[in-house]
Design a protein around this ligand. Structure first.
Ligand code: NAG
Ligand code: NAG
Ligand code: NAG
Ligand code: NAG
Ligand code: NAG
Ligand code: NAG
Ligand code: NAG
Length: 483
């Protein structure tokens, strides 16, 4: 899957890390350079607090467990009564059926949604969908609706590895992913328009009061088109906001070497090495079936690649792979479950369990947090008419966001993962409050400054963001340019 490279982007190789010498045992005692040290502190608890101890971040369970905590990996559909459980193929999100409507004393004023895109295809056929690319003058003749049809020429002796004779144009979302995106948009619409009468019903409102933002990965635009259509039922022209690729805060792509160093450090600890050591037998099994060379470093520095390959197949009800030329040697469901447990352990470790995770995430995603904070302030101050912002991003973006929010139980943000920030004012006194929903439910943070983020005074949460990243990301700048 293509989202892996984005995950690695934040971990860009930098062997110059000055923190490599910290050992795991010293972590809690040795003060490392954290983003909170970048400028004098403000009056908010912006320390890292450990996540809950669960099966997910327990190495014994990850190595020796059997199932995957009741998580779903084999279908976009979550059975009705189970909605809300982790489904990697189509994560739970806000929808009418489960939505907890706040009491009448609160008036919804602003919503910002951050969500990942759904699944991309394995090298299968993509002839059941079209990806449109064209330009058109704002005032002038219209373009034809041209789209790409991937094909491979039999006369071209060079074939892309892993994508033999595929009509897919990597990166590309699958047809199922497009349908999931439309449903996601419609579910949000049913809550924020039909139920709450918060979003304007007419398309004219879209550009002024409702905005959509994407990254440089075309998949996010493919998703956006379906989300907008699901929400507004429109096929009209809709702008998608996008920052320059070199400094995009959403993907994120701006340069922050100290954050990259911290992520590298996290993956050079003895705890990280231990989990790879203990899972060596599983690597051997999968390497021998898939013919991935044991020397392939990208496959063996984490479980990321095997996780992507296996989940992509299962989400589309494809069989688990067998050895080419030997259909009797296949990856088993138990193997896949073990890979999924290890992948979940890794996300928890990188983004929550390692104490450096907070600074690493705040450094690399803090600009987006500062933008969110500014968006909310502008709305509160009456300087902005935007009611709803929808950001379509990557698992690396969501993982950093959950890391910054210090979610109690960290998981790998699956396809269509969603975090919603809802800002309310209380009718009786005009005070401001915020509620944060993760997977459609109130987000529970390990940070006492945030706690259960359900109608928490807005100032308390903004103080946390300011303390961590600085107003207008001043702390991020200080941190990222420090050496
Ligand atoms: C599966 O693994 C290959 C490497 O052999 C990688 O290039 C590809 O992106 C992976 N495919 C998916 C769908 O994850
Ligand atoms: C995390 O631990 C706290 C304190 O024990 C508990 O109240 C909370 O329910 C736990 N959260 C989750 C998601 O299990
Ligand atoms: C991890 O799980 C094992 C087996 O269930 C349990 O014995 C152990 O106490 C757990 N470790 C932690 C830190 O919770
Ligand atoms: C897994 O189980 C085996 C056999 O009971 C045990 O020796 C080993 O220590 C366990 N692994 C972990 C990581 O706890
Ligand atoms: C997915 O896995 C569960 C548990 O193993 C099983 O009950 C279910 O039938 C599977 N669903 C599909 C669509 O394969
Ligand atoms: C659009 O096309 C027509 C020919 O059909 C041409 O006469 C006209 O100049 C074009 N309009 C613009 C704005 O370029
Ligand atoms: C490639 O795909 C086309 C269309 O599906 C098919 O007709 C053709 O036989 C395939 N070629 C090879 C070499 O597999």
């Amino acid at each position: 899957m293509n989202h892996a490279p984005y995950f690695y982007l934040g971990l860009a190789i930098s062997l110059m890390s000055s923190v490599l010498w910290y050992s795991w045992h010293l972590w809690s005692k040795v003060p490392f350079f954290s983003i909170a040290n970048a400028t004098p502190s403000i009056n908010a608890d912006v320390e890292w607090h450990p996540p809950n101890a669960t099966g997910i971040n327990n190495l014994t369970t990850a190595i020796n467990g059997t199932d995957v905590y009741g998580f779903i990996f084999n279908s976009s559909m979550t059975p009705g009564d189970d909605y809300g459980v982790y489904n990697f193929c189509n994560m739970p999100h806000v929808r009418r059926k489960e939505y907890k409507r706040p009491d009448d004393g609160f008036e919804l004023k602003y919503v910002e949604v951050d969500n990942t895109f759904p699944i991309e295809p394995y090298p299968w056929s993509c002839s059941d969908e079209s990806l449109f690319y064209y330009g058109q003058p704002q005032n002038g003749n219209h373009s034809a609706h041209t789209y790409w049809r991937g094909y491979q020429s039999p006369s071209n002796p060079f074939q892309p590895s892993g994508f033999q004779n595929s009509s897919c144009q990597f990166p590309q979302i699958t047809r199922d992913g497009l349908e999931d995106s439309w449903r996601h948009g419609r579910d949000l619409w049913e809550v924020y328009h039909d139920m709450l009468r918060f979003l304007p019903g007419v398309r004219q409102g879209v550009e002024v009061e409702v905005t959509y933002r994407v990254t440089g990965n075309v998949i996010t635009s493919q998703v956006a088109g379906m989300v907008v259509s699901g929400m507004y039922g429109t096929e009209e022209d809709v702008p998608l906001l996008k920052q320059p690729s070199t400094v995009d805060s959403l993907e994120p792509t701006y340069s922050c070497p100290p954050a990259s160093d911290l992520f590298n450090h996290i993956k050079s600890t003895s705890a990280w090495a231990q989990h790879l050591d203990l899972s060596q037998p599983l690597f051997n099994t999968l390497d021998s079936v898939s013919d991935v060379p044991s020397s392939s470093s990208s496959f063996h520095v984490s479980w990321d690649h095997y996780f992507d390959n296996l989940s992509a197949r299962l989400c589309h009800q494809k069989p688990l792979p067998c050895k080419i030329g030997d259909p009797s040697r296949c990856v088993t469901q138990d193997n896949a479950n073990a890979v999924f447990r290890l992948g979940e352990w890794e996300y928890s470790y990188i983004y929550r369990d390692a104490p450096e995770s907070l600074s690493a995430s705040a450094g690399s995603f803090g600009v987006w947090i500062a933008e969110l904070t500014q968006n909310i302030r502008d709305m509160v101050d009456g300087k902005s008419r935007v009611l709803y912002r929808h950001n379509i991003a990557h698992d690396g973006s969501l993982a950093r966001l959950l890391s910054i929010l210090q979610v109690e139980v960290m998981v790998w943000p699956g396809m269509g993962s969603e975090v919603v920030f809802e800002v309310y004012s209380k009718k009786e006194n005009g005070n401001w409050y915020i509620r944060v929903l993760w997977g459609g439910k109130v987000l529970r943070s390990s940070s006492p400054q945030l706690g259960v983020i359900d109608m928490v005074p807005l100032d308390q949460v903004l103080a946390y963001f300011d303390g961590l990243v600085g107003v207008r990301a001043s702390r991020v700048v200080a941190f990222c340019t420090s050496s």
